[in-house]
Design a protein around this ligand. Sequence first.
Ligand code: GLN
Length: 538
Amino acid sequence: MTKYIFITGGVVSSLGKGIAAASIGQLLENKGFKIRMQKLDPYINVDPGTMSPYQHGEVYVTDDGAETDLDLGHYERFTNSIMNKDSNITAGAVYYSVIMKERKGDYLGKTVQVIPHITDEIKAGILKLANDDVDVVIVEIGGTVGDFEGLPFLEAIRQFRKDVGRENVLYVHLTFVPFINVSGETKTKPTQHSVIKLRELGITPDIILCRTEKPLSVELKDKITLFCDVDKEAIIDAYDVDTVYEIPLVFKKQGLDKIIIKLLNLTPQMEELPQEEEWMEIVNILKNSKTEVTIAVVGKYIQLKDAYKSIIEALIHGGIPHQAKINIKWVDSEELIIPEKIDIAFKDVDGILIPGGFGYRGIEGKIEAVRYARENKIPFLGICLGLQCAVIEFAKNVAGLENANSSEVNPNTPYPVIGLMETQKQTADKGGTMRLGLYSAKLLPNSFAHKAYEKDLIYERHRHRYEVNNKYRQILATHGLVFSGLSLDDNLVEIIELKNHTWFVATQFHPEFKSKPTVPHPLFRDFVGASLKRKTKD
Ligand code: GLN
């Protein structure tokens, strides 16, 4: 029988509910349980694919090409749970499905209502993750308790306990316990109110995770126990730590895994697994390594760091095998059109990374960043739009194709070195033409890419419409651009690189989505390695 853990958030947003959920997943996996994880998002967008990264942060892409919430990235980095299109459900997707059924007449003339039709649809979405091989399904509910739009989701998870049996469901509530500087006191009142709000909806939390600056005193825990009706052992501190990867260890130290096992009446499959020690070693490196390396990330969404969540994490992972800490220098691509700013931006960095992006803004600056990396032999990693900028830069400044560009940026360019494939041109619908999810690529022997992966064939996740234009491959190659990763039929360019450079690689796919602290992505590992090498040479 599959068990379920529902995680809600109270008081304020941005408390790290995704990290908390992922950490719980990891603790259970360490006890030998098979888990699945899911995020329910109460907004009306059918998926976050169309949302601006400025607002919503990164769109995380799964193997099967679902465009999902960035919390799924945390789940994949912390656990071995499989993510796919069933792992993220939005209110928009739920309503869309119900309305489609209504149009087809599936409700046989009934009045279609939030309860039971919307709530049933939500519950069916949760049940999809359960099967004989899954011990625990962990479901995070987006937003904050008290939000108007979250009500159908909270009602659905309330009903769920009755549907599958009380003993099979656990409610975990993550709240904020603020320290008030002027009075020098830590306050539990917001937590009390948030739990009252949950109870009004018929949900009593079994476990409360308290986000605090410092560990909570016994008196404060007593107070929360009294007012919120939760056992003292089930009140867990989630105090501030140096690295998010420490959270599972903080939870474990307070016995959160044991409490969950007790409350859900689970039988642990084994005592400790070696992966726990490996994780401790990783946290140790992240907290204590003395070596540092500075990487410039050149983007246009740098005001909201969540827009580059997986990139940041993959860079951190890339430092682990080298026992190195990563300093990210955020560079606004739009500023780089001013020549003096280029040297200021890059003179003290050890590596330059250009991440993905959409639209024409900031492109010129990114192309200047590529030129700087190429000419000064600074290790360079370009991702998706980063590859496209690298190809444009090479075409213009090395191959002599003046005014070369991507047709996304300038539809009238004389040399569209990046463009739409014929098949894509036929589908006008924007959402439909994107190349999404896992595709294979074969690697060129002796290339930087092949040395990193140590494989002939790789599988990576994509999210883009434009491709390297095959018409220009010959001339670019003649001038020295290396196509080190190609699709099996040779038709699509997946990786490019430069010879006679410290390390210069760009990918049409997004390697950052597959990096984990336990398995740093080989391209990020070698990029950080090359950056370190250059730094120590200086
Ligand atoms: N805008 C480019 C395209 O659609 C790159 C996309 C990306 O960087 N994810 O092809």
